[in-house]
Design a protein around this ligand. Structure first.
Ligand code: PGA
Length: 242
């Protein structure tokens, strides 16, 4: 039993900086973005900042990656290239990629498989839109998004209506979905796979979310761009659970 997580699942707090520059002080000695603690901290900078963050000794991942190792894909970056640079993680199927770049469930599964093949940890994002939740379709949507995923991925449940909106799923609703996601995993993986919550997580709501037994960390956008706010979240995750 770990103090800083549920069962044997250590909390993972991930900063998704999206298409923004790293916050000032991200590479300072006491940076909250550097994983020097009982929990895992990972940063997802935009591609142009990856090397700088790796040089600053952060644990880093790509925000997306193509499954093909190389080829005629102007403007893209491959999972193989991410691995060669020194990345350790890759986000697969963030809702902004699904929406703006047409990433399908099938493509997302291919990304996750390619990542596992080269030794990157895939964090696969799933989650329903507001419309889908209104129609109570959230379980069907997430089930479909997870259908073809390989074993060995981390999941991030990010309800689309909660991303960047300031609206957070209630801890109870989030827990319910996380438990449902866990029930979809193969039996032998249920106890070990980490399921992160994403969608307007901040220093003030982190404790109530992380207390839920199936929430194993956070994928954080807006609040991860504010260094002290992000430190607050990391500190919550580093405190023994009440
Ligand atoms: P948010 O973004 O924390 O700003 O809601 C989360 C994400 O998109 O990963």
């Amino acid at each position: 039993m770990l103090l800083y997580g549920h069962m044997d699942r250590k909390f993972l707090i991930a900063a998704n900086w999206k298409m923004n520059p790293p916050p000032a002080g991200f590479d300072a000695a006491n940076s909250p973005y550097r994983a020097e603690s009982a929990i895992d901290v990972v940063v997802f900078p935009s591609s142009v900042d990856l090397s700088h963050c790796i040089d600053a000794q952060l644990i880093v991942g790509g925000q997306t990656g193509r499954p093909e190792p190389s080829g005629a894909f102007t403007g893209d970056i491959s999972i193989t290239q991410l691995k060669k640079m020194g990345c350790r993680y890759v986000l697969c199927g963030h809702s902004e990629r699904r929406k703006n770049h047409g990433e399908t469930d099938e493509y997302v599964a291919q990304q996750a498989i390619a990542a596992l093949e080269v030794g990157l940890h895939p964090i696969v994002c799933v989650g329903e839109t507001e419309e889908e939740r209104k129609k109570e379709k959230q379980n069907d949507v997430v089930k479909k998004q997870m259908k073809d995923l390989p074993s060995g991925v981390t999941i991030a449940y990010e309800p689309v209506w909660a991303i960047g909106t300031g609206k957070t799923a209630t801890p109870k609703d989030a827990q319910q979905m996380h438990a449902f996601i866990r029930s979809l995993l193969p039996k032998d993986e249920r106890a070990s796979v980490r399921i992160l919550y994403g969608g307007s997580m901040n220093a003030a709501n982190a404790e109530d979310l992380l207390k839920q037994e199936d929430i194993d960390g956070g994928l954080i956008g807006g609040a991860a761009l504010k260094l002290e706010e992000f430190r607050g979240i990391v500190e919550v995750a580093e405190s023994p659970l009440p």
